[in-house]
Design a protein around this ligand. Structure first.
Ligand code: HGY
Ligand code: MN
Ligand code: MN
Length: 400
């Protein structure tokens, strides 16, 4: 099975046209946006051209199905509010290219998927979370994005055909860019993923008193932004004995009300997200977050509320699928690949509830992702897809 590098790169560039923005190869293609839905219609056509049957479920997860039992290869094609051209898109186009290479080269049956809302406009990897049964459709529909739109309303644009039975798939392989600095720094070409970290994510609201920024003495203020600032500072200190160098936490979204220069902000709503490979540590961090928020609220006269807690547990990759990727990496780039954990979340976490899963990474230039500057050398993209194709061929030969 030989992948066609020129065809792969042409498709990646064609997909980038949907929502192309910003510097370099940036993309703005959030879940269910016009650009996202147009991109999905284009991907569906590429699936049909590859001889696959297109099905779309109620969430908008897009499948290109091969006949009979098949291995599922893919990722997602929605983007962050400011994203790059490869995050998710690479895994989907890689799946298409491997399906075509398998068809042309007498390989095994390969189906392709682009999951919806992996980037969490509404939650955490929402499309695959619902498909896998981790999250009910009813609960998902109530999730709201930062501007207040409910997922149940946003998904009305989906051209639903029906539900897709996971039992038809023999396993799931997701190719992705690393999105971090490890491979770029070491000069290695491929990462085979050992496991994916866990995540917790919730909204926190401090409510104080909106007031005049010129007349309200500092000692009398109940300033919601000052509460967030104090909370963030205290959190760092309280985490010190619990976290490891690979633990991460982020306040990535903050909304101040009414967000004006001359008004002491009365309300602050912000996202609190934390990730680690150990579920116990994630739980201990949650307790710290809740008590620091409570202490801050009490000290500053704030009303405090916590939003719904979303999360995924850490998962290990399947040894059999992983072994096929390792063998293929060793054949193509001997000594220039490594086994490594994923610090980013992926649909593979949810899919692991349904079937065996594995992942492979290619380097991210300067380790940058979730930014317009995200990129990977074209030779690395082509090599990665060839490594994937050979692993799929090996697995097909094993099961026949
Ligand atoms: O945020 C993540 O880890 C992923 O890119 N959704
Ligand atoms: Mn991704
Ligand atoms: Mn991402």
């Amino acid at each position: 099975m030989r992948v066609n590098g020129a065809r792969l790169l042409a498709d990646l560039h064609a997909l980038r046209e949907f929502g192309a923005a910003g510097v370099g190869k940036g993309v703005v293609r959030p879940a269910y946006s016009e650009a996202d839905m147009a991109a999905r219609a284009w991907i569906a056509q590429q699936m049909r051209d590859a001889g696959l049957r297109v099905e779309v479920d109620a969430m908008g997860n897009l499948f290109g199905l091969a006949e009979g039992p098949s291995v599922l290869v893919g990722s997602h094609s929605d983007s962050q509010p400011e994203g790059g051209w490869l995050d998710g898109a690479l895994g989907v186009i890689a799946g298409l290219e491997v399906a075509r290479a398998a068809r042309d080269g007498g390989g095994p049956a390969v189906s392709v998927v682009s999951f919806q809302d992996e980037e969490g406009r509404f939650g955490v990897t929402t499309g695959s979370a619902v498909w896998s049964g981790h999250l009910s459709q009813e609960a998902a529909d109530k999730l709201r994005d930062h501007s207040g739109v409910a997922l149940g309303d946003a998904r009305k644009v989906v051209p639903v055909t029906g539900q897709i039975d996971p039992a038809r798939f023999t396993g799931f392989i997701e190719m992705h860019i690393e999105q971090g600095p490890v491979l770029d720094t070491s000069g290695e070409r491929i990462g085979v993923v050992s496991d994916i970290v866990g995540i917790r994510d919730m909204k926190i609201t401090f409510e104080g008193q909106q007031n005049h920024a010129g007349t309200t003495p500092m000692s009398l203020r109940r300033d919601a932004f000052q509460a967030v600032s104090a909370f963030n500072h205290a959190l760092e200190e309280r985490f010190a004995n619990v976290v490891t160098p690979s633990t991460v936490w982020t306040i990535g979204h903050l909304s101040l009300h009414p967000n004006a220069s001359s008004i002491v902000p009365g309300r602050a709503v912000f996202s609190m997200q934390w990730r680690d490979g150990d579920s116990d540590r994630l739980n201990r961090m949650e307790q710290i977050i809740r008590s620091v928020a409570q202490e801050t609220a009490q000290a500053r006269g704030m009303a405090l509320s916590f939003g719904e807690m979303l999360g995924l547990e850490p998962v290990a990759m399947d040894a059999g699928l992983r072994g096929a990727l390792e063998q293929s990496a060793q054949k193509h780039v001997p000594g220039a690949w490594r086994l490594m954990p994923s610090g980013a979340l992926h649909d593979a976490t949810n899919v692991s509830r349904l079937m065996s899963v594995a992942m492979l990474f290619v380097p991210s230039i300067d380790g940058i992702s979730h930014a317009f500057e995200e990129d990977t050398a074209e030779a690395d993209l082509v090599m990665g897809v060839q490594v994937l194709a050979d692993a799929v061929a090996t697995l097909g030969a094993r099961s026949s």
